[in-house]
Ligand binder design. Structure first.
Ligand code: PMP
Length: 439
């Protein structure tokens, strides 16, 4: 049985109509994507308004971890929304239960949570907590880091596209290189580098800090900057550095948690014990909700009553979703599937490097991979034009992919974690055949 089924040239006539309407009335500032209007989704599949069926490698930017429109999630949202939509600061059972469920699923050292609405809000709140906790203001963050698009979160990030033309960012930020080994920031050889970038980090902080460090924020892998994974051992060494400085630190797991890397928390892969974990995306699997995980004593010391909140944070519908998603993850063994199917992706995608003159690097784990496209393997010149070509070619054959990367030249491989073996193999077949057509 084949899952992908595309009968029309993309965009089909109905998609064309919807796209025209959309682009006329809303300023489309999304990145380059396939020209389709999606009408529905189920599991790892998406369907457009022309009846075409696509295997999804985007999960709506790593959101729908338990699959599109999981019936248990849809039912939980339906049930809650029929009872109560918003009560802001009053306690409601959905919020209370979701908080317990989330803390039960959290790394053991974190005993408290707080609900917000978006990943950006969670980042902002984490920064505020670290500042108030230490009574200091300098936050260390990373080249290529992405923590949101608001001005304060863009300040913490290290990407031009969120900063260009914005003038001075929030003062006190110190940005340091991330170990992007394919394009090493210190041009070292991976085998012999001895984590040179980490000593550089220390030098940069020494040179820039006025001895007012409030904390550090880091992604366990750079998401938006191109699915860049640090070498194993880097993050524990970074944690050691943070502990020596006696500052708190936040791991931004907005996209890396909830099974994306094959385990619940990417930070637990190497036994990290961050003071705060920010989460979003997958925790609602399509419903807008984000949260902070931390120690109660930290938040209680940092902020007083009325100093953290958001109109839609902890709303009953989102919280019903949080509990439903966690239940599905447990009962349907979603993490196991991410590991098993992830192995198929890992082994088959790795072969693309030798199979194509344009695939410079493939990296990832579980169900998150980046395929970095270059014009030339020696010069490593980024090839964003090929990413766009590939997006169109794949869509025509029934596979939806997205692009990321500092240069926009990395294919985002992040299917819903419920993707089955046949869908995995069929979609990788499509990718293999389309990569051969690049020119
Ligand atoms: N942190 C990370 C690591 C992200 O990937 C994102 C979104 N791409 C955010 C924060 C911001 O989340 P949101 O778009 O929900 O504000």
């Amino acid at each position: 049985m084949r899952y992908a089924n595309v009968q029309t040239a993309i965009p089909g006539p109905n998609s064309e109509k919807a796209l025209e309407l959309w682009k006329t009335y809303e300023a489309d500032k999304t990145g380059y994507q396939a020209q389709v209007a999606i009408e529905s989704g189920k599991g790892a599949m998406l369907y457009d308004v022309d009846g075409n069926a696509f295997i999804d490698w985007t999960s709506g930017v790593l959101v729908t971890n338990i699959g599109h429109c999981h019936p248990a999630l849809v039912e939980a949202v339906r049930e809650a929304s029929g009872k109560i939509l918003n009560v802001y600061e009053y306690c409601n059972p959905y919020r209370a239960n979701a908080a317990k469920d989330l803390v039960d699923a959290a790394p053991k050292h974190l005993d408290s949570c707080f609900f917000l609405t978006t990943g950006s809000e969670a980042t902002d709140a984490a920064a505020r907590i670290m500042k108030r906790f230490t009574n200091n203001y300098e936050i260390v963050s990373f080249f290529g880091g992405f923590h949101g698009r608001t001005l304060s979160t863009a300040s913490l990030g290290g990407l031009k596209k969120t900063k260009k033309g914005m003038g001075p960012m929030v003062p006190g930020g110190i940005r340091v290189p991330y170990p992007y080994c394919y394009r090493c920031p210190v041009a070292a050889k991976k085998e012999t580098c001895n984590m040179l970038c980490l000593s550089l980090l220390d030098d940069i902080v020494q040179a820039n800090s006025s001895d007012a460090l409030a904390g550090l924020i880091v992604e366990p892998y750079l998401g938006t900057a191109g699915f860049v994974f640090p070498p194993s051992g880097y993050l524990p060494m970074l944690e050691k550095w943070v502990r020596e400085k006696k500052i708190p630190y936040t791991i931004d797991e907005v996209q890396s948690s909830y099974g994306r890397t094959g385990v619940m928390w990417a930070s637990s892969r190497e036994g990290l014990t961050p003071d705060i974990i920010t989460i979003g995306k997958g925790i609602g699997s399509g419903v807008s909700v984000s949260a902070l995980l931390m120690q109660k004593q930290m938040i209680d010391k940092a902020l007083g009553k009325g100093e953290l909140g958001s109109t839609y944070g902890g709303n009953p519908v989102s919280c019903a979703a949080v509990s439903a998603v966690l239940k599905v993850i447990r009962e349907e063994k979603i993490l196991k599937n991410a590991q098993t199917i992830g192995e198929i992706f890992r082994t088959r995608l790795a072969k693309l490097v030798d199979a194509s003159p344009y695939v410079g690097d493939v990296r990832g784990i579980g169900l998150v991979y980046g395929i970095e496209l270059v014009e030339d393997k020696k010069t490593k010149e980024p090839a964003p034009r090929l990413t766009s070509q590939l997006i169109d070619l794949c869509a025509q054959k029934g596979l939806l992919i997205g692009s990321v990367g500092v240069f926009g030249n990395v294919v985002r491989v992040a299917p819903p974690l419920v993707i089955n073996e046949a869908q995995a193999n069929e979609s990788i077949d499509i990718m293999e055949s389309c990569i051969k057509l690049l020119k």
